[in-house]
Design a binder for this molecule. Structure first.
Ligand code: MN
Length: 336
């Protein structure tokens, strides 16, 4: 069970308690899908605290004790923590506001607060079987959608119309939402790495970068395709081949035990051969799960190492300002 993985980490770190406030982390650990609640974890006892709207749902979805918030989350958390003699409690510093921290500090009597935004995130990097199936399904929805709509990308259609059709088709195929605002960047706009769709009409000769993803049962997918309306120029063809080759090089470098910074560095070296390294302006990829961007990051700064169960994107791109851009993004799962 996932919650046991966290308890093992608490025991290792001699941490008495962990107050989880990030709703995705609560869902990950307990299965609770409501949009409000707090999770108090101690090695020997765990509580999910919810308000009356969610009591029945929480009891059905979780195997841990569900407690009513009794008109105040913070007072109830304090009461529970005191009853277990907690003196030190971890909380998610990257998830609460300054004011929420202030409230915690004032109300948790004689409890030292320590920020911890790595323990759960580290556990989440490695997906279990159930998670892998959900990500695969989210990916299937995105891939099928692209195949279905690509023939409709023709001169005269606007970027927004393409994005809307993508989002509608993904939902029709079972997506509960989109992983992020769909990117459709055509012509000169394709050199904007995050060019969200506008009213610009797609023209003959345009490169069109489409970055899209679906959410299925809480899990995201993320793919990018670059297509050309009409014939590619010689330059476009050459850059496309370079990006494709660099992506393959990056994918081939991914293996359990390898540093997450290595594929990025190899891709930069590959682009440098054609003097294009300066036009690759972001990192090579990122983990995908309940968040569309999560650890591990395939960036030169990453200190993570690939492990079986991780799912990451590999998305090299070349962006030639005022000319065109090309990005190709696929998802990779690390196995033994
Ligand atoms: Mn991505």
């Amino acid at each position: 069970m996932r919650i046991e993985k966290l308890i093992n980490e608490l025991l290792k770190k001699e941490q008495e308690a962990f107050l989880v406030t990030n709703m995705k982390n609560i869902r990950y650990l307990t299965g609770f899908t409501g949009d409000a609640g707090k999770l108090l974890i101690m090695p020997d006892k765990q509580y999910l605290i919810v308000d009356g709207r969610f009591t029945e749902q929480a009891e059905k979805q979780c195997s841990i004790e569900v407690v009513d918030y009794d008109k105040s989350f913070i007072k109830t958390i304090n009461k529970l923590a005191q009853s277990h003699n907690v003196k030190k409690c971890a909380f998610e510093g990257n998830n609460i506001t300054f004011n929420e921290f202030d409230t915690l500090k004032k109300n948790l009597e004689n409890i030292e607060l320590v920020s911890d935004d790595t323990t759960i995130e580290t556990i989440r990097m490695k997906k279990d079987k159930e998670e892998i199936e959900k990500v695969k399904h989210a990916l299937k929805i995105a891939l099928e959608t692209f195949e279905e709509i690509k023939t409709n990308i023709v001169p005269g259609v606007t970027e927004k119309e393409v994005a809307t059709e993508i989002e509608y088709t993904m939902k029709r195929k079972g997506a509960e939402g989109i992983s992020f605002e769909t990117i459709v960047a055509s012509g000169k706009r394709s050199s904007l790495p995050h060019g969200t769709a506008t009213d610009k009409k797609i023209e003959f000769g345009d490169a069109v970068v489409i970055d899209m993803g679906a959410i299925y049962d809480g899990y995201c997918s993320d793919i990018t395709r670059t297509i050309f309306v009409g014939d590619m120029t010689r330059e476009q063809e050459k850059v496309y081949e370079i990006v494709e080759k660099a992506q393959q090089k990056g994918i081939n470098a991914i293996k359990a035990g390898v540093s997450c910074s290595e594929p990025h560095n190899l891709v930069v070296d590959e682009f440098a051969k054609d003097n294009l390294a300066e036009y690759f302006v972001h990192s090579l990829g990122h983990g995908v799960g309940m968040d569309v961007h999560e650890r591990p990051f395939l960036s030169p700064k990453s200190s993570d190492v690939f492990e079986p169960g991780m799912i990451v994107t590999v998305e090299p791109g070349i962006y030639l300002p005022d000319n065109f851009g090309i990005r190709i993004e696929d998802m990779v799962m690390i196995e033994e």
